[in-house]
Write a protein that binds this ligand. Structure first.
Ligand SMILES: [Zn+2]
Length: 282
């Protein structure tokens, strides 16, 4: 049994066959944390969690939706919607026993809209992230943190925020180096790994992958979470296909290989880590 600690089964990528995908996950006796990115997808995540025993939900506002921007990448093409963080709306959603965390929230400096001042862009993300941190603190829930092209900004920001009171959470889809990994671990955060760790190094620049694998090797196993980020980032064995949560096994296998551990041990420990962080998972 595996827990996929971060997937988006409520996204349109599954609109025609979500039931079949969920059946495949159920057959493998999985637990899923379905993560929202704005109002609609948070609401849909919470609805799925209400309907299925093995599904839990995380609700929040992704930094990409704090501004309107055109996203056009290999696997992702859409126009983001600008939304503000509606504290009461999310607070209401979180009162559900199956809603286990706030997120995904954080910083995204990869998609800076054309003509936008980077400082202003980041400031708005900071304001919205802080509201979500406050909600998480108020309700004693963990954060699911998204960071892209912004580890320095995030590490500094969290350092400041932690002076108020502690935070708990996971830096999801970690793809950074050991320097920032250590900073997050020192703050008591978990790191989530996706199928990215199974990818071969890029011919044009192999260093980031080497750095990431160094993180997997060095990180204490009791700080590791495993996830897919489905429908994105299918592991290498399924590259080019739409990702599904059961593929998370590939991530566990790769961690076992790098750490020289048995797959069963990695799975067992990663599951227990997830339950330690997401206390509402039964
Ligand atoms: Zn995600």
């Amino acid at each position: 049994m595996l827990i996929d600690t971060h997937c988006h089964i409520q996204f349109n990528a599954y609109k025609n066959d979500a039931d079949e995908v969920l059946k495949r996950c159920q057959e493998k006796e999985m637990i899923l944390n379905v993560v929202g990115s704005q109002r609609d997808t948070s609401l849909r995540a919470a609805e799925l969690a209400r309907r299925y025993g093995f599904i839990y939900a995380t609700v929040g506002l992704h930094p990409i939706h704090t501004h309107e921007t055109e996203v056009d990448e290999e696997e992702i093409k859409f126009k983001t919607r600008e939304e503000d963080f509606d504290y009461e709306f999310y607070k209401q959603l979180v009162s559900d026993p199956k809603v286990i965390a706030i997120g995904e929230c954080g910083f995204e400096l990869y998609h800076v809209p054309e003509g936008m001042n980077k400082e202003k862009f980041l400031q708005k993300q900071k304001d919205i992230f802080l509201k979500q941190i406050n909600l998480a603190r108020e309700l004693e829930l963990p954060l699911v943190i998204h960071v892209r092209d912004a580890h320095e900004e995030m590490a500094q920001f969290l350092d400041e925020v932690r002076k108020g009171s502690t935070i708990s959470g996971v830096v999801h889809c970690y793809t950074g180096n050991w320097h920032y990994a250590q900073k997050y671990l020192d703050m008591g955060l978990y790191l989530g790994f996706t199928g990215v760790i199974t990818f071969p190094p890029k011919k044009t620049g192999p260093q980031p992958q080497a750095d990431l694998l160094e993180v997997v090797k060095k990180i204490p196993i009791d700080k590791v979470l495993i996830e897919t980020d489905a429908p994105y980032l299918a592991p290498q064995a399924y590259r080019g296909q739409r990702c599904e949560p059961w593929m998370v096994e590939e991530v566990a296998k790769k961690i076992a290989e790098i750490k020289g551990m048995a797959l069963n041990d990695v799975a067992r420990i990663a599951n227990s880590n997830a339950k330690k962080l997401f206390k509402k998972i039964k």
